[in-house]
Ligand binder design. Structure first.
Ligand SMILES: NC(=O)C1=CN([C@@H]2O[C@H](COP(=O)(O)OP(=O)(O)OC[C@H]3O[C@@H](n4cnc5c(N)ncnc54)[C@H](OP(=O)(O)O)[C@@H]3O)[C@@H](O)[C@H]2O)C=CC1
Ligand SMILES: CC(C)(CO)C(=O)C(=O)O
Length: 300
């Protein structure tokens, strides 16, 4: 199987390293020459959950024309990077299968305007932290769920055969439901880790943030009652525990002075609640705080 991972960030590097297996050829498309050079020279280092180091050598390039268009392309960039990949999507043939792994909900709409005929979405519940351009830490084993958006699901099924202990994979039936559930989990974790500047595990060991998570969970379930079965409170706690040592992707953005995925995660959920005529005062407050931080109101 051939896989092209687009984006050499935390998730892209971790996936490339975990998916590497005999008879599977992985390629990474990056957009900085310095990162391509470093990965090609040094290889990719992954520090696993037990702190063991693994080295892999993967073909990396800045030029997408070097990679097979009949491979499965995994789009591992942030939501706000997708617009910058328009020319790539236009150049790839309609038959290239695309798998989007973004958190949030807004990329569902983005994917609808592409000409590709086979599109799937994934929600990932592992922790990944980029340590340098050529090294990544696995900060908590978690499921990778895949659901079909449009086209032929069989094109994505070979990925499930790469499922293993450190990267369990599962097929999900409904992409929108799957992404909404994950966005709700992210609403419960990412904003508070970012505002408090703490790792995921600290949210549940501090009694004040734990209480806030409980209250936010109740607010979420009032607006999204159909998620009660799919997202019991225990799943929220379990994800904080599993990824206890991870810096959430939103906090990582904040610490690196990058744009945070506030719109597609928190904004997306607030919009959905509004269409259901539900106010979400706790989440709306977290949203305002994040926007203020983004705009420089809380620069450290
Ligand atoms: N980190 C985590 O633990 C988890 C993250 N996620 C989600 O996964 C997605 C990716 O997150 P994450 O990996 O953390 O993000 P990162 O910011 O670490 O990585 C994004 C990468 O995309 C690259 N990129 C941006 N534009 C382009 C482009 N035009 N061509 C090629 N590469 C490009 C960036 O390159 P450069 O650095 O050169 O700008 C960067 O390496 C997000 O939606 C996130 O919410 C989901 C679960 C867990
Ligand atoms: C799974 C989790 C919560 C890991 O930190 C994540 O999705 C993120 O950081 O964006």
């Amino acid at each position: 199987m051939q896989i092209v991972v687009v984006g050499g960030g935390a998730v892209g590097l971790l996936l490339a390293s975990l998916l590497q297996k005999d008879h599977t050829q992985i390629h990474i498309l990056v957009h900085r020459e310095s990162q391509a050079r470093e990965l090609n020279d040094k290889g990719l280092q992954q520090i696993d959950v037990l702190q063991k180091s693994h080295q892999t050598y993967i073909k990396v390039s800045q030029d997408f024309k070097e990679f097979p268009t009949d491979a499965l392309w995994i789009i591992a960039v942030k939501y706000h990077h997708l617009a910058g990949l328009q020319s790539l999507f236009q150049s790839l043939p309609k038959s290239t299968p695309l798998l989007f792994i973004q958190n949030g909900v807004m990329h569902l709409q983005f994917a609808k305007q592409l000409h590709q005929e086979h599109i799937a979405f994934s929600s990932v519940e592992f922790g990944a932290e980029k340590l340098s351009d050529s090294s990544v830490a696995h900060r908590g084993v978690g499921k990778m769920k895949i659901a079909l958006g449009i086209g032929n699901g069989q094109l994505f099924e070979p990925l499930l055969q790469l499922s293993k202990d450190k990267l369990p994979m599962e097929w999900a039936e409904n992409a929108e439901q799957m992404l909404t559930r994950k966005a709700l989990l992210n609403c419960l974790i990412n904003p508070m880790t970012t505002i408090l500047n703490v790792k995921n595990g600290a949210l549940i060991t501090n009694k004040h943030s734990f209480l806030l998570i409980e209250q936010l969970y109740k607010e979420i379930m009032t607006a999204f009652p159909e998620q009660q079965d799919q997202l019991p409170f225990e799943d929220v706690i379990a994800l904080c525990k599993k990824t206890a040592t991870n810096t959430s992707s939103m906090l990582a953005d904040r610490l690196n002075g990058r744009l945070m995925e506030v719109d597609t995660i928190v904004g997306g959920i607030l919009q959905m609640a509004q269409t259901r005529n539900h106010e979400m005062p706790i989440l709306a407050t977290l949203h305002s705080l994040l926007i203020a931080m983004q705009q420089g109101g809380a620069e450290s």
